[in-house]
Design a protein around this ligand. Structure first.
Ligand SMILES: *Cc1c(COP(=O)(O)O)cnc(C)c1O
Length: 385
């Protein structure tokens, strides 16, 4: 056996030689459309803070007030003694926002997925995922031990054949289909109406991750499931509070029984300290801003104006520019930084090998001029949008 440090060094060399080495780069002073990195000002096209709420005074004030009342930390898991009024208030606001009977707060989207799928499924069950489903959904599916099948991205015929297979080979099993509403690396939407039809026809259940849909799509940012009127037919909805909602944490929405099962079975919920109450209060403030003030809808409108300006057929705040080879994407991202734009290169394992890309994320706070300069630079650099 090699020594520990030697083993680590070897792994790092392998990652580096594959053009996949990542390092942490600090930005300051906060997440917003103009940031500083290594002393240079950059227009930020890399954030998931789509509505600019992470630094919004209403969220900061809500978090600060909650800090003063209930402190910095929750001190215990929710089931021991960490369940605080801010958690309950957030869950009530989220359930109302999503028009579902109940909601449960998790400490992150990763924890929500990794806790929820194994809480619902066991070894004798079947889980069917879209090929582009987020890593946390794949990890949750693996952790459940259920038989796992993947269907090509957004391919309804292929999904139907997986559902048929599942029913034929596992007649008494639970079958859960897991998709996103908006895909995190491609920015495209799932054909949710068709997916709901299929899972109903084959007696399966559906889990939809709205990480990039909530706060972006639908009336007041309620998400794509609500926009399509499918809320009552999707068994499990989840989303993060760390993206458009400007805070941190995640929710799972559905029936009261779903919430009760998760409270009793989701290990990432049970065996983890409750999220800071200030984060729950900030997320609740984001929901109030979206539904109870003129400003929320105005911010949504500005975001959608930017989405249309970037590309007429874009449906979300994410727009990929496919480059292909990993080093080429990294080089393109570096040229963008030299020109004053922060646009990340996304590589394997976040996307398939040879599918490296620039990933443009839009904010309501980008100005038309910022967008135009980015578009001009990309065109000049040989990229077609
Ligand atoms: C970001 C993301 C998550 C994880 O949410 P966090 O709160 O950041 O852990 C889950 N699913 C999708 C699709 C995501 O993009």
């Amino acid at each position: 056996m090699t020594g520990f440090e030697e083993d680590l060094a070897l792994r790092l060399r392998e990652i580096d030689e594959a053009g996949l080495l990542r390092t942490l780069r600090e930005i300051s002073p906060s997440q917003s459309v103009v940031v500083r990195r290594d002393g240079c000002g950059l227009v930020n096209f890399s954030s998931n803070d789509y509505l600019g709420l992470a630094t919004h005074p209403a969220l900061i004030e809500a978090a600060r007030n909650e800090l003063a009342v209930s402190g910095a930390g929750s001190g215990a898991s929710r089931l021991i003694s960490g369940s605080l009024p801010a958690h309950r208030r957030f869950e009530e606001a989220m359930a109302e926002f999503k028009r579902t009977p109940a909601a449960l707060l998790f400490s992150s989207g990763y924890a929500a997925a990794a806790g929820t799928i194994p809480a619902i499924l066991s070894e004798s069950d079947v889980v069917i995922l879209d090929k582009l489903a987020h890593a946390c959904l794949i990890d949750g599916a693996r952790l459940s031990g259920a038989h796992m099948r993947v269907f090509p991205h957004n391919d309804l015929d292929a999904l139907e054949s997986r559902l048929r297979w599942a029913r034929d080979t596992h007649p008494r099993s639970r079958i859960l289909v897991v998709v996103e509403s908006v895909y995190s690396m491609d920015g495209d939407a799932a054909p949710l109406a068709g997916i709901v039809e299929l899972k109903d026809r084959h007696g399966a259940w559906l889990m939809v991750d709205e990480a990039h849909g909530v706060g972006v799509l639908g009336e007041c940012g309620r998400g794509l499931v609500d926009a399509l009127g499918l809320g009552g037919r999707v068994e499990i909805q989840m989303g993060t509070l760390g993206k458009a909602l400007g805070s941190s944490g995640a929710y799972v929405c559905g029936s009261a029984a779903l919430r009760d099962v998760l409270v009793n079975r989701a290990r990432s919920f049970i065996f983890s300290t409750a999220p800071p109450p200030s984060a729950a209060a900030a997320a609740e403030a984001a929901i109030r801003l979206l539904t109870g003030s003129p400003e929320g809808p105005l911010r949504l409108e500005r975001l959608h104006k930017n989405i249309r300006a970037l590309h007429p057929s874009a449906v979300s705040a994410i727009h990929p520019v496919i480059v292909g080879a990993e080093p080429d994407a990294v080089a393109a991202s570096s040229r963008l930084v030299s020109a004053g734009f922060l646009v990340p290169a996304v590589r394997f394992p976040a996307v398939a090998r040879g599918q490296a890309r620039l990933r443009i994320s839009l904010s309501a706070d980008h100005t038309g001029e910022m967008l135009q300069r980015l578009l001009d630079f990309l065109r000049h650099d040989g990229f077609a949008l």
